[in-house]
Write a protein that binds this ligand. Structure first.
Ligand code: FAD
Length: 156
């Protein structure tokens, strides 16, 4: 299946969601890792691995302007369609702000302001969203909220 025209165009404003990277994998010889996000990632998930091999080779040949052998194996994720993930990690879409991240981080409280349901995870850190250290820090933040709630001294 040919790549959609959008994938072969420069990243214009119309296709600002298009982001695509390829890089070598140092610890696995003759391997390339490719990152896709947005609707292109969902499109990739709909393809067979043979189609992905052929399409990625097409992209490499387009930019390197030489013959590239067909990859012998493709291993790909399907996080976008997995019912347990529905994606990989958050990003701030056009029109959203870090203020939305702060909103996501707010606990749901009872009428007395006591937290009933708290939220941690990378998507709730306004500076380090999308990262493991962001996720860790939000865990610390919510643990501290519980300690404060019950008046327990925090040794750290
Ligand atoms: C390819 C890739 C490369 C990355 N590279 C980096 C990097 O170099 N550096 C970096 O800092 N970060 C990187 N990240 C991001 C980092 O992995 C995440 O930001 C981090 O794992 C987020 O942690 P989290 O605990 O918020 O969420 P997650 O690790 O996503 O944990 C959420 C958990 O909830 C589970 N879950 C979801 N729904 C339900 C449900 N309904 N019921 C029960 N469980 C559920 C999921 O299965 C998952 O185990 C990368 C991510 C990806 C995908």
């Amino acid at each position: 299946m040919p790549l959609p025209a959008a994938l072969l165009q420069p990243c214009t404003e119309e296709y600002q969601g298009l982001r695509e990277w390829m890089m070598s994998v140092d610890y696995v010889s003759l391997s390339i890792i490719s990152y896709l996000c947005g609707k292109e990632a969902l499109y990739m998930e709909s393809l067979t691995e043979d189609q992905i091999a052929s399409d990625l080779r097409g992209v490499l040949e387009k930019f390197l302007k030489k013959h590239i052998p067909l990859p012998t194996k493709v291993v790909r994720s399907r996080w976008g369609n997995s019912k347990n993930t529905r994606g990989s990690y958050c990003y701030i879409k056009v029109g959203a702000t870090v203020g939305d991240v702060d909103t996501l981080a707010q606990p749901i409280c009872d009428n007395n302001g006591k937290p009933l349901l708290q939220f941690a995870g990378e998507a709730t850190h306004s500076s380090f969203y999308s990262t493991t250290h962001g996720a860790l820090l939000t865990g610390h933040r919510e643990a501290k909220r519980i300690l404060d709630l019950y008046g327990i001294a925090n040794s750290k």
